[in-house]
Each structure stands twice: as structure tokens, then as C-alpha cells.
Design a protein around this ligand. Structure first.
Ligand SMILES: [Zn+2]
Length: 489
């Protein structure tokens, strides 16, 4: 009996490349069309139809490789992976085998115990299969929808460097972030554009040899990946402790039963009879092209957070929230850079912090559709104009919220709304003093309370003055003047 076991986990992620058309034909990749709307002889696998690689898909795959620190091959090769299944009309999938486009990369993952480097064995390009639709038509029929057939994918294969379900989840989240920020993938797990298979084995702690692994297929949420791996580790441990042996097989995760189930015995690479696809010449990408793609790599989320903390004084929490999605991060960057153009040093911290708070509190709730093409209620430049009015004390934060809802409704600019509705703050000392004196004169009882030491009454007076000025008085001035005229409590 072994006292403790160690889990060894490797992940294979299939990420859909964010292109408009398929990998080897011009059909659209758009999700949600009626079945078999986006098909042609190539993606239907009709005999004699010839594949032509999609240059945009290859460029995105190179970008993924560079963002993940891989060596990108100037010459790689498409191969046929042969197997029979109704969703694979050709009888083979076009993938890459011996010569993948990207190899030998790594991803650094932040864990409670510190940063851990997870090796990436390879990232190859391949086409997706069609989709079997079970129980449709006459009721028990299985029909095939070829819209997905030929959709461009990359498969990102990690080294077996992960040791727990938590590490696997952290790796997947970070990987998805990087692919989304580089525009390679839309990160949509529900629509299946980011899918994960997990290879799990256990061995006595400290052992070097690998145990027999099982593969858990297509789990479509981070939470379920974690649960499926946890369950699988416990299951294998129970098998071994009962004197049995783990069988190499493919298992599926049952969302309703919260456990993995055996699906079929696992194939090895030789079962697929891979061979180079005679219809496709070697995939050649010039080094100059690879270098150009590398030079144009967008800023990754880690770098963004570091920059925001250093340049805008954002807290780690704010930086995390605003970098959770590339569309939000880009929006915030535009707002902040428009506002900071004139501000410097310490003022920049204040401006950055205010912009961060405002975007989180007032904008995030209004963002439509989460994808890479998210729509914001007002353009970044318009929000910067609004926040600049707060900066210049023309309006206060409370009025800014009201102006924002009018901007959303009418599409007008902040300055125009403030002007038209007379919302500019009363900063005229005379007008504020008149309102403060009126409030004091009208409430002698509260004045007496304040002077007797009940300082909370100050809030009551601020409220009265703001009401009288319809919220337009500068609250800082009101507070200062009230304290002066009411005297020491
Ligand atoms: Zn097609």
C-alpha cells in the first residue's frame, strides 16, 4: 500500500481560430446558422475537391505560437488522421503530425505557491469535424450538420507538468486570456470554440515513471474541468488501492452525475495511420512573415496589469477586473489615455483610479454580448469627455451618472447635455453661501443640535443645500462653508 499518490495531468486544448472563413475553403464559420447552410464540396469531403489553406488562419496560429513562446517552423506539414465516424465524411481529418507549425513553448501560471512554468509541447493546425445531432428528425435519428466541418482549430498540447485540478484550471484560464487578447480565439466555452481534453494518471509520490493515463473528453466549463479531474484522480486512486489496474481509455464527464464514465478504449497515434496529405504541399511561412507577426503582437494581460499599476496607480483588484476581457481592457485603455494625455505624475494616479471606478461601476453592467465584438453603451472618447468634466469640477460624480444615462439614451455628448440642462456645478462662492445661510436660518433646532456636539447633523445640512441647488453645488465647498458658518461644535 502506497501512502500517497501524485497526479500527473496534461491538457489538450482545441481552440477555434477567429476567422471569417473555414480552413481549406471559403465557407463562413459563423455560429448558429441553420444546419448545412455553410457547406461546399471541400468541407463536405466530396471526392476530387481540393483544399487551399486559409492565410489568415495560419497567421493566427503563428501568433498563438509566438505569444506562447514557441519555435515557429518555417516549413510544416499537413497530415491525414484516418478514422471512421459519421461526422467525418472524408474518412480522415486534416491535421499536423510529425511536423507541427509550433513547438517547445511554455506558459507561466500564477499559483498560490508561486509561479509555475508549464511546458507546451506543440501547437498544431487542424480542421474541425462536422457535428452529429442525435434524436432529431423522426425522433431517434442522428443527422449530421456540416457547418462546423473544416472550421480552423489549433490544438495546444501541454507537457504533463500539471499536478492538480487547481493547476489545470489556472493554466486553462490563463491560456484562454492570452488567446483572447491576441485575437486568436473568442474564448467562448459554451459555443465550443475553446474545448479541453485532460490526460490524467497517478503514481506513487516521488516516482519518476508515468502511470497509465485516461483521457477525459470535451469538458466545456472551467468548473467542470476541475471537478472532472478531481473525480478522475480519486477514481484511479480507488482502483489502485483496491488492487486493480487503471485501464487506458477515453472517458466522458457527465454533468448530470458529476462523474466520469468510460467511453471507449483509448487509441494510440499509430491507430490513425497518419501520413502526409498528398493534396497539400508543405506549409511554408517565411521567417520575415513570422517576425512581422511577432512585432505586431498585442500587449498581453500580464503586461497590461503591470503597466496600469505602475502608470495609473490601479490596485491589483481593479487591474484584474478590467483585464478580464480584451474588449473591456481596450476600452479602459482608450478612456485612460484620453484622460491622462494632459495629466502627469500623481494627478495621473487620481485620474486613472477614477476612470477605473467609473468604468467598473457604470459601464460594465451595460456591455452587450461578451464576445470579442462586445458593444459599449458609449464610445471611449465620449466617456473621457464626461470624466474630464468631473476632473475640472464642472460637474460632480453624482451628476456624472445622470449625464451618462442621458448620453446612453440620446447619444449626445456630455458637454452638450450639461449645457442644455444647466447641470454645471455651482462653484460661485456667493451663490453657495446664500444657499448655506438659507439652510441654517430655516433649521434652528438642527443648528442647536450641531453646536451641542451632534456633528452627524452636518450631513442633514449638506442634503438641504444640495436639494436647494438641485444637486449642482460643489460638495467640497458646501462642506467647508457649513463648518465655518456653524462654528465649532
Ligand atoms: Zn466549404
Amino acid at each position: 500500500m502506497v501512502s500517497s499518490y501524485e497526479a500527473v495531468i496534461g491538457l489538450e486544448v482545441h481552440a477555434q481560430l477567429h476567422t471569417k472563413s473555414k480552413l481549406f475553403c471559403g465557407c463562413a464559420t459563423a455560429y448558429g446558422a441553420p444546419p448545412n447552410a455553410h457547406v461546399c464540396p471541400v468541407c463536405l469531403g466530396l471526392p476530387g475537391a481540393l483544399p487551399v489553406p486559409n492565410a489568415e488562419a495560419i497567421a493566427l496560429a503563428v501568433r498563438a505560437g509566438l505569444a506562447l513562446g514557441c519555435d515557429v517552423a518555417t516549413s510544416s506539414r499537413f497530415a491525414r488522421k484516418n478514422y471512421f465516424y459519421p461526422d467525418l465524411a472524408k474518412g480522415y481529418q486534416i491535421s499536423q503530425f510529425e511536423l507541427p507549425l509550433n513547438a517547445r513553448g511554455a506558459l507561466e501560471v500564477e499559483l498560490p505557491s508561486g509561479t509555475k512554468r508549464i511546458g507546451i509541447t506543440r501547437i498544431h493546425v487542424e480542421e474541425d469535424a462536422a457535428k452529429n445531432l442525435h434524436g432529431v428528425g423522426a425522433g431517434t435519428d442522428t443527422l449530421v450538420d456540416f457547418n462546423r466541418a473544416g472550421t480552423p482549430l489549433i490544438e495546444i498540447v501541454s507537457e504533463p507538468d500539471l499536478r492538480s485540478a487547481e493547476e489545470a484550471e489556472a493554466y486553462l484560464r490563463k491560456l484562454r486570456d492570452i488567446l483572447m487578447f491576441t485575437g486568436v480565439n473568442d474564448g467562448n466555452l459554451e459555443e465550443g470554440s475553446f474545448r479541453c481534453d485532460a490526460n490524467v494518471s497517478i503514481r506513487p509520490a516521488g516516482d519518476e515513471t508515468l502511470g497509465t493515463r485516461t483521457e477525459i473528453k470535451n469538458v466545456n466549463s472551467f468548473r467542470f474541468v476541475r471537478m472532472a479531474i478531481e473525480h478522475e484522480i480519486a477514481r484511479q486512486q480507488a482502483v489502485v488501492e483496491a488492487g486493480g489496474e487503471v485501464v487506458q481509455e477515453t472517458r466522458t464527464w457527465s454533468e448530470s452525475h458529476h462523474k466520469t464514465r468510460s467511453m471507449r478504449t483509448k487509441e494510440d497515434a499509430h491507430d490513425y495511420r497518419y501520413f502526409p496529405d498528398p493534396d497539400l504541399p508543405p506549409l511554408v511561412v517565411a521567417q520575415a512573415r513570422i517576425d512581422a507577426i511577432g512585432a505586431a503582437l498585442p500587449e498581453l494581460p500580464d503586461a497590461k496589469r503591470t503597466r496600469w499599476r505602475a502608470e495609473l496607480g490601479l490596485t491589483e483588484y481593479d487591474a484584474q477586473v478590467l483585464s478580464a476581457h480584451p474588449a473591456v481592457a481596450r476600452y479602459f485603455d482608450e478612456v485612460a489615455s484620453a484622460l491622462c494625455a494632459q495629466a502627469g505624475g500623481a494627478a495621473r494616479d487620481e485620474v486613472g483610479k477614477r476612470a477605473a471606478n467609473f468604468v467598473q461601476a457604470e459601464i460594465l453592467g451595460h456591455v452587450e454580448q461578451a464576445g470579442l465584438d462586445a458593444r459599449f453603451p458609449v464610445p471611449a472618447a465620449a466617456l473621457a469627455e464626461l470624466l474630464r468634466l468631473v476632473e475640472r469640477d464642472v460637474i460632480n460624480g453624482k451628476i456624472a451618472k445622470r449625464v451618462l444615462s442621458e448620453m446612453i439614451e440620446s447619444g449626445e455628448g456630455a458637454e452638450a447635455i450639461v449645457e442644455r440642462e444647466g447641470l454645471a456645478q455651482v462653484t460661485d462662492a456667493g451663490a453657495i453661501e446664500a444657499a448655506v445661510r438659507a439652510a441654517i436660518d430655516a433649521h434652528p433646532a438642527q443648528v442647536a443640535q450641531y453646536r451641542a456636539g451632534k456633528t452627524a447633523v452636518l450631513g442633514f445640512f449638506v442634503g438641504q443645500v444640495m436639494k436647494a441647488t438641485r444637486g449642482a453645488a460643489n460638495p467640497k465647498q458646501v462642506n467647508a462653508l457649513l463648518r465655518e458658518l456653524l462654528g465649532e461644535p
